[in-house]
Design a binder for this molecule. Structure first.
Ligand code: HEM
Length: 182
């Protein structure tokens, strides 16, 4: 996993808690925590940090990943400001992840292996994203989707389905409009 994901995770944890919490998680996870954005590190380090966070917070690993992803989105988006600056809605940005944003990520970060996303329209309106990755970080993906909603001030209804028999996880996204609408 590229260091930039660890950097965004660190920034998310500090935003949700504080610097000391991040240091405590690194100690508990038994990792040194030095991640250069362009470096590549063991996926197991991220798992160890998440496990440490479950013990510290009482949340499940799934809940930790969603919470971290939600806050981490902005930190990732800030790495590709020009692309993201062109988006005007959550649907538009979500639709750009696979063919535009993650393609750019592969140019910026050597050896990056972002997940695969497919897209289709939901019958009643909305976007269905199909997530595939050997890393099985679909909970992180759900959190990032919520983060996209936050970025545009939109309330999103996000439904993540159990993996299909061939390993695809559908994430259904319906925008309910402005987050503070009555
Ligand atoms: C605009 C900002 C984004 C940037 C710059 C970005 C960048 C990246 C990078 C660098 C990786 C690591 C790849 C590797 O380690 O080899 C990654 C992985 C990932 N990205 Fe994105 N991403 C962005 C938005 C999103 C969004 C909105 C989603 C959610 C739908 C998403 C879903 C994921 C997931 C779940 C992974 C973890 C790897 C995996 O599941 O296999 N990304 N992204």
């Amino acid at each position: 996993m590229k260091g930039v994901i660890f950097n965004a995770t660190q920034e998310a944890v500090i935003e949700l808690f504080d610097e000391d919490t991040w240091d405590d998680l690194l100690d508990a996870a038994g990792v040194d925590g030095v991640y250069s954005s362009v470096g590549t590190y063991e996926d197991a380090d991220l798992v160890a940090i998440v496990v440490a966070a479950t013990k510290a917070t009482g949340l499940t690993a799934d809940e930790v990943m969603v919470a971290v992803g939600r806050k981490a989105l902005n930190h990732l988006a800030n790495r590709v400001p020009t692309l993201v600056g062109e988006c005007t809605s959550a649907y538009e940005m979500l639709g750009m992840i696979h063919d535009v944003i993650h393609v750019e990520v592969m140019k910026l970060y050597e050896d990056a292996q972002p997940p695969q996303f497919s897209y289709s329209d939901l019958p009643g309106g909305g976007l269905r994203m199909g997530y595939r990755s050997p890393r099985n970080l679909d909970a992180l993906a759900e959190g990032l989707v919520y983060g996209v909603g936050d970025r545009f001030g939109e309330e999103l209804q996000v439904t993540r389905h159990p993996a299909t028999s061939d390993g695809e996880v559908f994430i259904d996204v319906v925008s309910l409009g402005a987050a503070n609408a009555a």
